[in-house]
Design a protein around this ligand. Sequence first.
Ligand code: BGC
Length: 516
Amino acid sequence: MAGGTFNIEGGGKNYEGRITLFVIFTCVVAASGGLLFGYDIGISGGVTSMDPFLSKFFPSVEKKMKNSGDDGNMYCKFESQILTLFTSSLYIAALVASFFASVVTRKYGRKISMFFAGCVFLLGAILNGVANSIVLLILGRLSLGVGVGFANQAVPVYLAEMAPAKFRGALNIGFTIACTIGILVANLVNYGTSKIKSGQGWRVSLALAGVPALMMIIGSFFLPDTPNSLLARGHPKEAKKVLQKVRGTENVDEEFQDLIQASEAAKKVEHPWTNITQPRYRPQLVICCLIPLFQQLTGINVIMFYAPVLFKTLGMGDDASLISAVITGSVNVVSTVVSIVTVDRLGRRVLFLEGGVQMVVCQIAVAILVGMKFSVSGVGSLTKGEANFLVFLICMYVAGFAWSWGPLGWLVPSEICPLEIRSAGQAINVSINMLFTFVIGQAFLTMLCSMKFGLFFFFAGFVIIMTIFVFFFIPETKNVPIEEINTVWKAHWFWGKYIPDDAIIDGTHNKGKVDL
Ligand code: BGC
C-alpha cells in the first residue's frame, strides 16, 4: 500500500467463520485508510496549479508563471521551496509520527491509533480548508501527515488481524487499490473545484480530505480492537469474545489456540531490530531498504504530486492540465487492478522486469520530446498533437509503474520476512518510503529547474539500475509460503551464502500469524 501493507499467512488453515458485519466494517476502515493516503498524494498538485491559491499564498510563483518564468524559462516557473514544502511536509510528519504510532499501536491497541489518526486528519483538513496564511497551511499538512503516519501503521495491522485468513491477501491489496482510487478522486475533485467561480475551490479540495477521516473516526469508534492485540495486552477472555463475534460463530477454539501460540511466539521475538542485522537476514535487510528507495526513485510521485503543475509547465491550459491528471489517475487505478489479477499467475519478477522496461522507454521518450521542444533554455511550446502524445507517454509510464513497483513495492517486503524480523522489516520499508517520498516531493521542482529535460533521463537511469537489480537479486516468491522463504534464499546464487543450513529447518517452525 501503499502505506504499509502486511501479508500475513493463515498457516494454510481453514478456520470456521463467515463474512460478518464486522468484516464488512473492516473493509470500510481499509478503504478509508487507503483513500485518505491517496487523496493527499493526489490533491496538492492540482491545488498548487490553481491561480487563486497561488495568488493568495505564493504571489511570486504566480507572477513567474504568468510571465512564462524568468527569461521565459518554462522549467523554473514553479520553483519555490515553500511551495514544495506544502506538498512534502506531510511525508516528513508521517515519517516521524510512524515511530510513535508503532509504539501506541502495540501498547494501547490498533483501535486507539486509528481513532487518533482520523481525528488529527480531520483537524488537518479543517486547518487547510480555512487557512489564511502559509503557516496554517503547512500546520494543516503536518497534522494530516501525523494522521497518515498513524493510519499507515495501524490500519494494515488491523486488517490483517481481523480478516478471515483466506481474505487477508485480498484486503492487503484492497488497501493499495483504495490508495490509487484516493489519488483519482483527488484529481476529479480538483477538476470540479477549479470551476468554482468564487476562486475558493482550493478550500473545498483541501477540506474534503475530512470525508475519509470521518469514515475512519466512525469506523474505529464502533469497531472492537483485534483479538491479537487484546491477547497481547493481557485480556484473553475479551479476545475470545471478539473473535467469536467477528467470525460469527462460537466455534473458534482452533483459531484461538493458534492465536495464543502466535502471541507467545511473538513475545519471544524481543529483538527484531538486532535480529534483522544478523548475516542470515542480509537479503531481507538489503531488500527492505532498497525496494522503497527504488520505488520512489522511479519518479512516480513527480506525476502523482505534480502532474497538473508539470502539464501546465509544458504549456497546457488549466483545464487540459487537470483533465490530463484525471487520465493518468485513471490509468493508475486500472493498471493496479491488472497487477492484482496477474501477480500470482505471472509472478513478481515478470511484472517488475516488464514494468521497468516500459517505464524506461517512456521516460527516455518524454526526455527527448521535451528536450526537442524546449531545449536547455526552457523556451518553446507543444502543439496539440505533441501534448496528447506526451500525455500518452506518461500514461504508459504510470501503467508500467502501477502493475510493477506500485503494489509490489509493498507486497514483496512484506512476504520475504519471516516472523522474527517482520515488524522490523516492515518499519524499515515504511520509513524509507516516507523519507524518499518527502525528498522527491521537496526536490522535484528545483531539480526540474536545474536539470531541465535531463531530469527524465535521471529517473530513467535509476529505473535501469533497479531493473538490473531485480533481475539479479530478487528471487521469485510467487506461491511460496512464508515459512519456506528461506529455501528460496538458500537456492539463490548470491544470497545463498548468507543462509546457514539450519535456517531452513528453523524457518519451518515459524507458522505464526502475528507479526507484532
Ligand atoms: C507509492 C506511492 C505512490 C502510489 C501511486 C504507491 O505504491 O508508495 O508513493 O504515490 O503508489 O499509486
